[in-house]
Ligand binder design. Sequence first.
Ligand SMILES: Cc1cc2nc3c(=O)[nH]c(=O)nc-3n(C[C@H](O)[C@H](O)[C@H](O)COP(=O)(O)O)c2cc1C
Length: 204
Amino acid sequence: MHPAQVIQLPAPSLSGDLSMEAALSRRRSVRDYSDRPLQIREVAQLLWAAQGITEPRRGLRTTPSAGATFPLEIFVAAGNVNGLAAGLYRYRPLSHTLEFVIPGELRPALQRVSLNQPLVRQAPAVFIITALPERTEARYGGRAMRYVFMEVGHAAQNLNLQAIALGLGSVVVGAFHDADLTAVLNLPPGEIPLYVIPAGAPRQ
Ligand SMILES: Cc1cc2nc3c(=O)[nH]c(=O)nc-3n(C[C@H](O)[C@H](O)[C@H](O)COP(=O)(O)O)c2cc1C
């Protein structure tokens, strides 16, 4: 078996021009995207906002995690991204790298499994947050699933607000067929899809 192709991402920026208050006041679900490609730097920043490492020693992240059990994973399906071939990539927070997992254009399949919502195909990149609940169940048992659901909300909102700060837009999509999306992403047993988040430059 060939080792998966690994792509080192540009380091995240830790400063920006927009205040938190402005980002909060401007956040709106975007369902119409321009043709402008995303830059790999923007994709890297969005991934970092959702799950990036902010304290390497303990592996702590931008998003809180119950008992630091880190059940979440984030993927990006690149469609129109400068610097990334079309395909599905898994983000590796500790190394801030992308692992190329499925080559080719996945957005039509993602649209199909997401109740055929056109915005899923139109966005230049689609982020998908999944979870391995067993990581949190090992510590919290029957209470773990609610923690996993809470945590995905934190990660998604981080991504939403980062998109605004970059002059981009996004929308959180929860309407999809679980089994079909699991198949499109080729997820291993025990890993479940939770959110589909198309992002890109809004059409003016
Ligand atoms: C759990 C959840 C699931 C959602 N699923 C979808 C979806 O499948 N498609 C969509 O276009 N918007 C979806 N949304 C976005 C909401 O429709 C949107 O947040 C709401 O209309 C309020 O608009 P705003 O985000 O612009 O404030 C979802 C939002 C949440 C919180």
